[in-house]
Design a protein around this ligand. Structure first.
Ligand code: KIV
Length: 273
């Protein structure tokens, strides 16, 4: 049975913390699903960690649809949320078209949009039409040229705006809100004021759940953000394995007879005659 919006709501009501993780393809989704992660995010962070861009801005709806479809094929149980990429929800019509594509072609169960009160009418339009929406406040990577990559809302006026934005998203029908790079006490206060769950990333332990980027928790790259915990050093393990593979090919240690197939000598002789 796949995790539902109702399950996510009930987790908050029951005080159960919600784990969310990004996934970008079939194997990552399959592994996260097997590990029991209840909610997966096909984040537009894929522009950076999968495609090697500096920001999420070059990511297109085609990119998201392709990756999201693979994630949904890999995840039988997790609720799959997919980011609407930069400038694909500037109008209600654009947002509906983008959500339609991700839900009907890629079969994701929900979409995520960045922004507060300014996009609340779009969130409301989508949710009224039956599209589950997750909000995203604090550091919103699609606005990184305006915001800078740093903790947001440290001053009272900005913090007040963030609280109002969160309430506006809840009123517009969002089922959860990501709080990224928000001071922990502010994230906790928002969490206490909302009926819907907050999912933090760099926002402290007071949120209802946490979301992390696949590559960060698995240690795929040499460095990871301060807010991430490296649960493995998969990058180093992969490099060691690939060095051994390349060395075996060079030395002739791979492949062995066991990794090859044989052929009747007469058949071969006839073929080469
Ligand atoms: O794109 C992404 O991975 C995200 C998370 C950082 C929340 O939006």
């Amino acid at each position: 049975m796949r995790t539902t919006l109702m399950d996510i709501r009930q987790m908050k009501a029951a005080g159960r913390r919600i784990a969310m993780l990004t996934a970008y393809d079939f194997p990552s989704a399959k592994l996260a699903d097997a590990a029991g992660v209840p909610m997966l995010l096909v984040g537009d962070s894929l522009g950076m960690v999968v495609h090697g861009h500096d920001t999420t801005l070059p990511v297109t709806l085609d990119d998201m649809a392709r990756h999201a479809a693979a994630v949904v094929r890999g995840a039988q149980k997790a609720l799959v949320v997919c980011d609407l990429p930069f400038l694909t929800y500037a109008s209600q019509a654009d947002a509906v078209a983008a959500a339609r594509r991700l839900m009907q072609e890629a079969h994701v169960q929900a979409v995520k949009l960045e922004g507060g009160r300014a996009i609340a009418p779009i969130v409301q339009h989508l949710t009224t039409l039956g599209v589950p929406v997750m909000g995203h406040l604090g550091f919103t990577p699609q606005s990184q040229h305006q915001l800078g990559v740093r903790v947001q809302a440290k001053q009272a006026a900005c913090a007040k705006r963030l609280v109002e934005d969160a309430l506006a998203l809840e009123a517009a029908g969002a089922f959860a809100v990501v709080l990224e790079l928000v001071p922990a006490p502010l994230a906790k206060a928002v969490t206490e004021r909302l009926r819907i769950p907050t999912i933090g990333i760099g926002a402290g332990a007071g949120c209802d759940g946490q979301v992390q980027v696949w590559h960060d928790v698995l240690g795929l790259f040499d460095t990871s953000p301060r807010h991430a915990k490296r649960y493995a050093e998969i990058g180093a393990a992969i490099e060691t394995a690939l060095r051994a593979y390349a060395a075996d090919v060079e030395s002739g240690a791979f492949p062995t007879k066991g990794q090859s197939s044989s052929m009747d000598e007469d058949e071969l002789a006839r073929a080469l005659a």
